[in-house]
Design a protein around this ligand. Structure first.
Ligand code: NAI
Length: 509
């Protein structure tokens, strides 16, 4: 495993990230020099790695010799000057621009002229960290994710003065230890945190509109859209005190771009200390076992569909055939005559149930909508108009649960839950590509590896259909008047041209 001519890596800051970076490179065969300003901190960092190595031995993932070789490669340093021989120094200290600038100043005086200096900052402008340095071309961001050895993606941040050679060397270094290096411009949130905005901001927007509860939104995103966790579960995990600041900072750094507008629901909850798991209460309350307590849906399951119920299903509905079959098997009658129908079922794209109902000239009291995007196989979403009456709601709920399927009932929401969140994620990714912040391939891989989404965002857009994503966004924009839903030119052009959203600009390909 040891590579004798592998560059020596310096790591400054031996906290959560620094010790992980040290482990990654030591496991990859590099000699690592670990320094921390707080006495004893570097030793604690190394001990943390030692404990992990012991566990790896216990589980048979490393031999004893391999584990001790990894530890032997991590040398503790007392002063910065011990980093003189390092070809690359990675900084993972406190997220404070003045402290980081001072460190980079000091490092320049210590390392060789051709050494690279990289920052693991997650929110600062890399160009600003490099601003006081004599050789900003050899300074870049190298953004790891926690836990470093397990999160297989690393962002190489090319600041405005970073040289191509620096970027290439960092990419090679990262890939040499088995992680995927993606290249991103020195823009707010870089690539992964930028692409991850949609899930949070749109989840919060749905809640603001009182369309659904946090638990319902999470459940639908997991069970109908295939996410590992919903937005509120993720916010509770990361801590709202931390995520709230990130949301506000990315919005401000993007000059108040409406797509990233944070929610007014957040500051009062931060003020009240409702951070999430770490404070025992967030969007969920947590039991003594540390597990979230999930509220029970207030919509009671109706027991019996009224006999001979007459249902009209929109001929344009995506799953008209399956809905009609379901209705028939539940003992309802599907009819074409609107004037005799007791229940209207529609499947709008990007519209809320009320607006869609008005557009079709239906009686909104007897109208419900079913989300066509996830299809009927997975958890179904039933959307009510602002005035759907209780009989229509219960009959529709009964019908949709008739075959044992899971159901979430929500209030009026342009684009239900899945449509609006996925369309937002695709649109943000399309704009990342449009702005040249990262390549299409890097966007795809970074999102899958860094955010754990089941698909890359642009290929997800292709799966849904670019035309459909565009229609959802345009209808949401029309329904709300909110410019956050305006489609990215990347999307508009590719849909117009009839090509995949993965198609790179000819000149850039
Ligand atoms: P941490 O608080 O766990 O560790 C920071 C370490 O740096 C501490 O041991 C501290 O003693 C040391 N330190 C502070 N000032 C120093 C200086 N001037 N010289 C040498 N050592 C110094 O912090 P964490 O979480 O490891 O974060 C480090 C950096 O990585 C920050 O820039 C953070 O934004 C970034 N980051 C953090 C992630 C996370 O999930 N925690 C993810 C990605 C990036």
């Amino acid at each position: 495993m040891s590579v004798s001519n592998a560059p020596i890596i310096g790591v400054v800051g031996a906290g959560t990230m620094g010790r992980g970076v040290a482990q990654l490179f030591a496991e990859g065969g590099h000699a690592v020099r670990l320094f921390d300003a707080v006495p004893g901190a570097a030793a604690r960092g190394r001990q943390f790695v030692a404990d992990l190595m012991q566990r790896a031995v216990d589980k048979g993932r490393h031999t004893k010799d391999q584990a001790s070789a990894v530890l032997d490669r991590i040398t503790l340093c007392d002063t910065l000057t011990d980093l003189t021989q390092c070809s690359v120094v990675i900084e993972a200290i406190v997220e404070d621009i003045a402290v980081k600038q001072q460190l980079f100043d000091a490092l320049e005086a210590v390392v060789a002229a051709d050494a690279i200096l990289a920052s693991n900052t997650s929110s600062l402008v890399v160009a600003q960290i490099a601003a006081r340095c004599k050789h900003p071309q050899r300074i870049a961001g190298l953004h790891f994710f926690n836990p470093v050895p397990l999160m297989k993606v690393v962002e190489v941040i090319a600041a405005v003065r970073t040289s191509e050679a620096t970027v290439a060397r960092l990419r090679e270094l990262v890939e040499g230890v088995g992680h995927r290096a993606v290249i991103a411009a020195d823009q707010p949130g870089f690539l992964v945190n930028h692409a991850g905005r949609g899930l949070y901001t749109e989840g919060l927007r749905i809640l603001e509109e009182q369309a659904a509860s946090p638990a319902d939104i999470d459940e639908v995103m997991r069970e109908a859209a295939g996410f590992r966790m919903g937005p509120f579960e993720l916010l509770d995990l990361a801590g709202l005190d931390v995520s709230g600041k990130v949301m506000a900072s990315i919005y401000e750094q993007f000059q108040q771009e409406p797509r990233f507008r944070p929610s007014s629901l957040v500051p009062p909850r931060i003020a009240a200390g409702m951070y999430g798991r770490k404070s025992g209460e967030g969007w969920y309350a947590y039991g003594s076992d540390g597990k979230p307590i999930r509220p029970v849906s207030p919509v009671a399951a109706a027991n019996l569909l009224p006999a001979g119920l007459k249902i009209w299903i929109d001929p344009q509905a995506e799953q008209r055939g399956s809905l009609a079959q379901l209705a028939a098997s539940a003992g309802a009658e599907v009819i074409d005559a609107r004037d005799r129908a007791q229940l209207f079922i529609i499947q709008p794209w990007g519209w809320d149930a009320s607006s869609a109902c008005i557009g079709l000239g239906l009686d909104a009291r007897r109208c419900v909508a079913v989300d066509p995007l996830p299809g009927l196989k997975r958890r179904r979403t039933l959307m009510l108009t602002a005035v759907t009456d209780r009989e229509a709601r219960d009959a529709a709920a009964m019908l949709l649960r008739h075959d044992g399927a899971k159901l979430t009932v929500i209030n009026d929401s342009p684009g239900f839950i899945v449509q609006r969140v996925l369309a937002t994620i695709v649109n943000i990714a399309a704009d990342i590509a449009q702005r040249g912040i990262a390549s299409v391939t890097d966007i795809e891989d970074a999102v899958k590896l860094g955010l754990g989404y089941p698909h890359g965002p642009l290929s997800w857009g292709d799966r849904i259909g670019g035309t459909r994503v565009l229609a959802i966004l345009r209808n949401m924009q029309a329904a709300t008047g909110d410019p956050r839903y305006r489609p990215s030119p990347w999307l508009v052009r590719r849909v117009g041209l009839g090509v995949s959203l993965l198609t790179a600009e000819a000149a850039r390909a």
